[in-house]
Design a protein around this ligand. Structure first.
Ligand code: 6GU
Length: 250
C-alpha cells in the first residue's frame, strides 16, 4: 500500500517511522510520503487560508493549494517520492485509490471501514485545519477518485493530523503481514471474530500481585470453561460500557 499525507504540519507525522507502522515501511509492505501543503502555494507568505464567504468565525482553507496538491498526487507522472524512475503507478491505479478527508462532520470511522481501506492500493489523507477546506475541493476530487470524509468521534480536534495518525495505525495493522500473529486480530475488541463485543480482561504472571489474584478458572487448563468465562466477561463489560454494541433485545 502507498499512503500520501498532505498537511501544513508535516512534523506531526514523525511517529509514523516508529513501531508497527515503521516496521511495515521497513518491511516494504507500506510506502508513506508526507507532503507540506504550502509547497503548492505561490505567494510570498505561503497562504493556505482565507475568510469565509457569508461571514462567520474562523478561516477556511483555500481551494487552489489543495487543487494543485491533489493534481500532483493523482497525476500519473509526477510523484516526488517514487524512485522507480519509470513514473509508473501500475500498483496505485486511481480506481483503487481513496482520498480520506478527516473531519468532525464526517461518517464515523470504524473497524469495518479500516478493514475496507486496508485493502486499497493507495490512500491519500487530506488534513484540514481551521474551519475546514473549501467545499469545492472535495466536490472536484469526487469526480476523480473515491472520497471518504471520516470522523473519529463526537469531539473536536484542531485539525485532521491526529485523526490521520489514528486512522493510519488502525488501517496499516490490518494489512496482511504487518502483524506477526494474525490470530490476535480476530479476538480483539471490535473485530468480527469477537461477536462485536469488547475484549475480555487479560492477566499474566505473577499469579498474586499486590494482594490481587488472577481468576482461578484461567489456571484450570479447561479450555471450554475458559472460553465460556471470557465470553461472559466480554458480554458483561459490553453491557456496562457499550450497550449500543449489543444485539438489540426486542
Ligand atoms: Cl477526523 N477531525 C477533527 N478536526 N476533529 C475530529 C475528528 C476529525 N474526529 C473527531 N474529532
Amino acid at each position: 500500500m502507498r499512503i500520501d499525507v498532505v498537511s501544513i504540519f508535516p512534523d506531526y507525522f514523525a511517529p509514523l517511522q516508529l513501531s508497527l507502522v515503521g516496521k511495515a515501511i521497513s518491511a516494504g509492505l507500506l510506502h508513506v510520503a508526507v507532503h507540506d501543503l504550502r509547497h503548492w502555494t505561490h505567494d510570498r507568505h505561503h497562504t493556505v487560508d482565507d475568510t469565509p464567504y457569508g461571514g462567520g468565525a474562523g478561516m477556511v482553507m483555500k481551494p487552489e493549494p489543495w487543487g494543485e496538491a491533489l493534481d500532483a498526487l493523482l497525476s500519473s507522472d509526477d510523484n516526488p517520492d517514487d524512485n522507480r524512475g519509470d513514473g509508473g503507478r501500475d500498483d496505485t491505479a486511481l480506481d483503487d485509490t481513496v482520498l480520506v478527508v478527516p473531519t468532525p462532520s464526517g461518517h464515523r470511522f470504524s473497524q469495518p471501514i479500516a478493514q475496507d481501506l486496508s485493502q486499497k492500493s493507495r490512500l491519500i489523507f487530506a488534513c484540514g485545519r481551521y474551519e475546514g477546506i473549501d467545499r469545492r475541493v472535495i466536490e472536484h476530487a469526487r469526480t476523480r477518485v473515491q472520497v471518504r470524509e471520516l470522523s473519529l468521534g463526537d469531539y473536536v480536534l484542531n485539525g485532521g493530523e491526529v485523526a490521520t495518525l489514528a486512522m493510519v495505525e488502525a488501517i496499516v495493522r490490518l494489512i496482511p503481514g504487518v502483524i506477526g500473529n494474525p490470530e490476535s486480530l480476530s479476538e480483539e475488541s471490535h473485530s468480527e471474530g469477537n461477536e462485536g463485543l469488547l475484549e475480555y480482561p487479560v492477566y499474566t504472571k505473577p499469579p498474586l500481585w499486590r494482594g490481587l489474584e488472577v481468576p482461578p478458572v484461567l489456571f484450570s487448563g479447561h479450555h471450554a470453561q475458559i472460553a465460556s468465562w471470557r465470553r461472559q466477561q466480554a458480554l458483561e463489560l459490553t453491557r456496562r460500557r457499550r450497550p449500543d454494541l449489543l444485539p438489540r433485545q426486542d
